[in-house]
Design a protein around this ligand. Structure first.
Ligand code: GDP
Length: 457
């Protein structure tokens, strides 16, 4: 058991990285982790399930003169490891938002793209503070790379031409942010990060500008989120399901981000499930071995407890019905019914409006289901049924009951067709669309509808 006598009551802010495909989310996370590890101090980072914890000392080492660690009392930053739609789709939870703060990665040459807009919509709706990482500055023609340097140092080393080309691209992004309703500027010109979005030019490959990004993230958290980071270290654990996974020897497990309290082995928990909340008891809390080892083979060690903020894998009976994006609550010192009602109430907030006639929607997480529902509403496509999970025979049967032919369709976001539903689909008059990009999925469906209508004329 951990010694709680010196427990800190401020937790680490949770950071998610979003952005359009190929704009460099994975590279940026890799760079941050890599440079943190090469900082070399013992405990430079801690690898959790689904997240990487970078303590303030390490951040301060990486940021050099940009950060004075004595200005901060937040313990560091916890980066959610899965970039894109996964972190994205779990962003929504209020009150215990999975991500406290976000990095929106935009390729500086490519500007805003459809998934950038999707990300902005979600950030706006959830009121999540964010910073823009204007990535790939090193691809500016004539760029003279400055490994790992703060961006000002790097800019000093550039030709006038390269600098002005970069500036042109940066102002394009600032303009696009303004079109999206956000006042933004280059981060060193921003006085009030709550009113203005800071744009940090950087490269996920050379690492220049990364010290600046970490500095801005720390500064934003410290100044505007300190109160929200106050937690009850001994309280009943609260978290969000990141992913539901089968793990050999453990059955269905949930990768969970704990954002408040403490979760202990043996605890009774309530987890948001496909139908009713699941009430179960933790059989094992699992965390990965140090980074070098998990890169070679999947190995877990059992831990006795984890406190916020942390990523942990929970093994317990009945978790196969758990939903990614759903709440996880430890039951301690109060009736289980009360906790079940709380979980139900939280899930009810994400109910999707359905119509008498419409398409069937399936998605991998509650958040992505919500994002799909919003996008379909904008495209004026009615929804007959919307659920989290892979496509099952039942979904095909439901889709077949749609009145209009064009509604006899299933739109699956980041889900698979279950093997036992394959023959069902072949024999049914139902069209299946699957994709892992929302706008593409909806576009595919719209194209199909247009073609169908044209054929009927
Ligand atoms: P993601 O889809 O957003 O996770 O993007 P990735 O991190 O996979 O990056 C997409 C491609 O862009 C890869 O080939 C990366 O090597 C490249 N890339 C990402 N960031 C940078 C950068 O800062 N500079 C350069 N030159 N290439 C980059």
């Amino acid at each position: 058991m951990t010694d709680h006598t010196n427990a800190d009551t401020l937790r680490t802010p949770i950071v998610a990285v979003l952005g359009h495909v190929d704009h460099g989310k994975t590279s940026l996370l890799d760079k941050i982790r890599g440079s943190a590890v090469s900082e070399g101090e013992a405990g430079a980072i801690t690898q959790h399930i689904g997240a990487t914890d970078i303590p303030l000392d390490t951040i301060s080492g990486m940021a050099g003169e940009l950060i004075d660690p004595t200005d901060f009392d937040l313990p560091g930053l916890l980066f959610i490891d899965t970039p894109g739609h996964h972190s994205f789709s779990t962003l929504r939870a209020r009150g215990g938002a999975l991500a406290d703060i976000a990095v929106l990665v935009v390729d500086v040459n490519d500007g805003f793209q459809p998934q950038t807009e999707e990300a902005i919509d979600i950030l706006r709706r959830t009121g999540t503070p964010f910073v823009v990482a204007a990535n790939k500055v090193d691809t500016t023609p004539g760029w003279n790379p400055q490994e790992g340097q703060p961006i000002q140092k790097s800019l000093e080393a550039q030709s006038e031409r390269a600098e002005s080309m970069l500036n042109e691209n940066l102002y394009e992004i600032i303009g696009q942010l303004s079109d999206a309703g956000f006042s933004a500027d280059l981060y060193w010109r921003v006085q009030d990060f709550q009113k203005n979005i800071g744009v940090v030019p950087l490269s996920a490959i050379t690492g220049e500008g990364v010290p600046d990004l970490l500095t801005v993230l720390m500064g934003l958290s410290q100044r505007f989120m300190k109160e929200e980071m106050a937690i009850d270290v001994f309280g009943a654990g609260e978290g969000t399901v990141l992913e539901v996974k089968d793990e050999r020897g453990f059955g269905a497990t949930i990768d969970t981000v704990v954002y408040d309290g403490v979760v202990r082995n043996g605890d009774r928990i309530v987890v948001g499930g496909q139908e009713d909340p699941i009430v179960t008891e933790i059989r094992a809390l699992l965390q990965p071995r140090p980074l070098e080892e998990i890169r070679t083979e999947k190995q877990f060690e059992k831990v006795g407890e984890v406190g916020a903020a942390a990523g942990v894998k929970i093994a317990a009976p009945d978790l196969d019905r758990a939903m990614a994006g759903a709440p996880v609550r430890v039951v301690r010192d109060r009736p289980v019914e009360e906790v079940v009602e709380e979980v139900k109430a939280e899930l009810a907030e994400i109910e999707v409006d359905t119509a008498e006639d419409g398409v069937v929607v399936k998605a991998d997480t509650l958040g992505s289901l919500e994002a799909m529902a919003n996008a379909l509403r904008e495209a004026e496509v009615p929804i007959l049924r919307a659920e989290v999970g892979d496509i099952a025979p039942r979904d095909i049967a439901v889709a077949e009951t749609a009145n209009q032919d064009e509604h006899k369709a299933i739109l699956g976001f980041n889900v698979d067709l279950l093997a036992n539903a394959e023959t069902e689909l072949e024999n049914a008059d139902v069209k299946l669309f699957t994709d892992d990009v929302i706008y593409q999925l909806i576009e595919e469906y719209e194209t199909y509808v247009e073609e169908k209508q044209r054929a009927q004329q």
